[in-house]
Design a protein around this ligand. Structure first.
Ligand SMILES: C[S@@+](CC[C@H](N)C(=O)[O-])C[C@H]1O[C@@H](n2cnc3c(N)ncnc32)[C@H](O)[C@@H]1O
Length: 414
């Protein structure tokens, strides 16, 4: 089923004011793909779920004719009221029933909108309206945003994240598609030739006012405001005040860099809640390992006098990255059939987590004493210990690795 949000006139106006166009790297990724597939130059592009037209304007520079479509009349009205190129027009219609003849559209796009659609119906409609060889480009922002300003970037990001996390508590359950980096939506694409790109990292130039306005434009904030207008308004006011204090400035017009993705490919927040099935699968694997292995190893990597929570936040990311490296390396080794079967799912999970966390590691970060000491111990063990020993000192502790991953994702709430 499709979900209707973004209907209110007030919400559409905030949207128009504060939503930004797709970042340069996203634009380039889409254009390169269209060039590779020889889908441009072309006549007609349709931007589905166009909102007030942020992505539609970008298409206007590359196609002869561009139509922005949206289910919300208020959003389309805002789009129409905004000056744009003469080759752009707008229509109110659902993504699942596009008023275009079969095979008439060269390129279809949906920017941060597909998670609201009735996905199977939209896919059928895309298949119908696209010409043979036409392209569909679906993208979304992540929820892992960060801010940069002078030497207070880390603190500023924390202030932003505290507010953003509170807002995300009011998320519609469709946010699961975004948290999953649109994996499910990608899998639903009915086209044999498809490509998923997850490491786009865009910097959006903003001001303090723009960042606060972006949060206000988010649909969970609107839900929060409906439920508790006073708390919602004071959260944004308080956050703006804290941002200005942190930056040591007084003007809301002060520029700040807004990054979509903490660092290139950093996807941490989705590990705040690790689904019970993943935990159970990891635990089953651990038990299966214990059945067939009583190898004793002198190095005991996971016997530490401290936990992830005792480390500074940027150290936690480094710790988890190292733990995920060794865990996946051990799980990738050839194993008895019963263990190989039990480790199949956990290996997939740990590999994905390793990739997600790898992008969060700040190459300039110097680990604190405790962590530095442990990382040396790990390196020495990798050089000197046998594979059997390394497996015996790692696999029984996979649940601890999961806990630490969750702790790194929870940041100051751990
Ligand atoms: C998060 S906004 C994104 C808007 C714009 N593409 C952007 O990048 O800022 C999602 C948009 O999808 C629209 N939408 C939601 N469900 C829809 C549906 N079933 N058909 C068409 N548009 C829909 C909403 O009205 C809203 O304007």
């Amino acid at each position: 089923m499709a979900t209707q949000m973004f209907e209110g006139r007030g919400h559409a106006a905030v949207y128009q004011k504060y939503r930004f166009a797709p970042g340069k790297e996203l634009q380039q990724t889409i254009l390169s793909y269209l060039q590779e597939k020889k889908a441009i130059p072309a006549e007609l592009a349709v931007d589905v779920g166009c909102g007030s037209g942020q992505g539609t304007h970008f298409l206007g520079q590359h196609f002869k004719k561009v139509v922005g479509t949206d289910i919300s009349e208020a959003q389309i009205q805002e789009a129409k009221d905004t000056p744009c190129m003469p080759n752009i027009s707008y229509l109110v219609c659902p993504a699942e029933e596009l008023p275009f003849p079969a095979g008439s559209v060269d390129v279809l796009t949906a920017f941060t909108a597909a998670h609201w659609f009735d996905v199977p119906r939209f896919m059928r409609e895309a298949q119908r309206v696209l010409r043979p060889g036409g392209c569909l480009a679906i993208s979304t922002y992540t929820v892992d945003m960060s801010l940069r300003h002078g030497d207070c970037s880390e603190k500023l990001t924390r202030v932003f994240r505290e507010c953003w996390d509170k807002i995300l508590e009011y998320s519609h359950n469709r946010l699961k598609y975004v948290l999953d980096d649109y994996k499910e939506i990608f899998e639903a694409l009915p086209f044999p030739d498809k490509k998923r790109v997850t490491d786009i990292y865009d910097q959006i130039p903003m001001t303090v006012e723009g960042v606060v306005g972006y949060m206000e434009s988010a649909s969970p904030y609107q839900t929060f405001k409906e439920k508790d207008p006073k708390a919602a308004t004071s959260l944004l006011q308080e956050t703006e005040k804290r941002m200005l204090e942190t930056m040591g400035v007084s003007s809301r017009e002060t520029p700040v860099e807004f990054w979509d993705g903490l660092r290139k490919g950093c996807r941490l927040s989705k590990y705040q809640n690790i689904v019970p099935e993943k935990q159970k699968a990891a635990d089953r694997m651990r038990q299966e390992f214990a059945k067939g292995n009583n190898y004793k190893c002198n190095t005991r990597l996971f016997h530490r006098k401290w936990n992830a929570v005792d480390l500074p936040m940027s150290d936690r990311v480094l710790l988890v990255a190292a733990e995920l490296n060794i865990t996946t390396a051990m799980l990738e080794l050839p194993a008895a059939p019963s263990f190989a079967e039990a480790s199949r799912q956990p290996l997939e999970f740990f590999t994905q987590a390793r990739e997600d966390v790898r992008g969060c590691v700040d190459p300039w970060h110097q680990p604190s004493g405790r962590l530095r000491h442990w990382l040396h111990k790990l390196q020495a063990a990798m050089r000197t210990e046998s594979t059997a020993c390394l497996r015996a000192t790692t696999i029984p502790y996979v649940m601890q690795v999961l806990d630490n991953l969750r702790c790194a994702a929870l940041q100051d709430k751990c």
